[in-house]
Design a protein around this ligand. Structure first.
Ligand SMILES: CC(=O)SCCNC(=O)CCNC(=O)[C@H](O)C(C)(C)COP(=O)(O)OP(=O)(O)OC[C@H]1O[C@@H](n2cnc3c(N)ncnc32)[C@H](O)[C@@H]1OP(=O)(O)O
Ligand SMILES: N[C@@H](CCO)C(=O)O
Length: 312
């Protein structure tokens, strides 16, 4: 239910309009509980929309969540005003001494590049290693999930012949998993990527379990207990109009993109899309927060087990 975010973060007004309970500093301290600390490393270019999407889902459970917005150290955002970044974001270098119950790493529109060509690849690898000592549970999204499964498990990223794009039916492969509690046998999830990770590349000894998969677009959600992580290759957090925004952006950029499948009514981009995935998104994030709450240490200092010295 309550999410604690800065009073002037744009997400606040949007979420209040939707009925999400948003806490200010003053109200939060009156609740005599330890909030769950969740970090969001936001690599998406549309940062304000992305903050709002994750705050909406993280703020919909009965627990108080304190959200920390994190950026790559010294990355200058091309698509977000500097004033917004300096007001609300902290560099990874500045938070690396802190501990978090949960940490989310978003997607990024860099998935056609080799990992090493992403300017912040070395820092992202350090962040992924840092989550193993300073974060209780990691959730990675789209390119973030590709990066994590590559870094932790050596899985290769494969280029697709055409963009996997649209809203696809996914299967529940692990109804007994606490992360899929309450999920139907199948459900719709938005997909938007030019690349994929493949089931046959999952190393046998990795301990990875496939929780969700789609016939058309393959792997969707992996449980990675060895790294206390969930890896989600698709975009359950997206707004109703996010795929439309990306479609028109890609068309304007001259990219060979097809109409997103199963999205615009009658496949007409003039028709506003219907949201078919909102309830699953809330269920998944609710289950993740529930698991966090059940398993995270009471004392944040104990998060991540035995602390290891961070590389300078
Ligand atoms: C058959 C075919 O060729 S299909 C080709 C498909 N190609 C692609 O998808 C190319 C990859 N992506 C892109 O071209 C573009 O990012 C698009 C089309 C998706 C978006 O275009 P634009 O909005 O003009 O991209 P823009 O230059 O603003 O970059 C988007 C984000 O990626 C980041 N980025 C771009 N290149 C890099 C890089 N090498 N390393 C790290 N970040 C990068 C930018 O910094 C920006 O993020 P920010 O706002 O946080 O700073
Ligand atoms: N789906 C995003 C990439 C990040 O997952 C995009 O098309 O920009």
């Amino acid at each position: 239910m309550p999410i604690k975010i800065p009073d002037d973060l744009p997400a606040r007004r949007t979420l209040e309009t939707e009925g999400v309970m948003v806490l200010g500093e003053a109200d939060a301290v009156r609740q005599d509980i330890r909030p769950l600390r969740i970090g969001l490393l936001n690599l998406m270019p549309n940062k304000i929309k992305t903050e709002t999407q994750f705050a909406r889902l993280l703020g919909a459970t009965p627990l108080q969540v304190e959200l920390t917005l994190v950026k790559i150290t010294n990355h200058v955002a091309r698509n977000t005003a500097e004033g917004h970044i300096s007001s609300f974001y902290r560099d990874f270098e500045d938070i690396k001494g802190e501990r978090f119950d949960g940490f989310v790493i978003t997607g990024a529109p860099v998935e056609t590049l080799p990992f090493a060509d992403v300017t912040y690849w070395d820092e992202l690898r350090r962040i992924l290693d840092w989550t193993q000592t300073n974060v209780h549970s990691l959730l990675t999204i789209c390119w973030g999930a590709q990066a994590a499964t590559h870094h932790f498990h050596g899985m290769p990223k494969h280029r697709l012949e055409e963009k996997a794009f649209g809203v696809f039916s996914h299967r529940n492969l692990a109804p007994a998993s606490p992360f899929l509690r309450g999920f139907s046998d199948d459900f719709a999830i938005p997909v938007s990527r030019w690349t994929e990770m493949r089931r046959e590349d999952i190393p046998a000894s990795s301990g990875l379990t496939v929780l969700m998969e789609a016939d058309e677009t393959g792997l969707c959600l992996l449980d990675d207990p060895a790294h206390r992580a969930l890896h989600m290759f698709n975009h359950v957090e997206y707004d109703s109009g996010s795929l439309a925004d990306e479609y028109f952006r890609d068309i304007d950029a001259g990219l060979p993109v097809k109409l997103p499948a199963n999205y615009f009514p009658k496949d007409d981009p003039a028709n506003p899309p219907k949201n078919q995935w909102r309830s699953h998104a809330h269920l998944l994030f609710g289950n993740w927060i529930n698991q966090l709450y059940q398993t995270t240490p009471f004392d944040l200092a104990d998060v991540g087990g035995v602390a290891k010295e961070l590389a300078a």
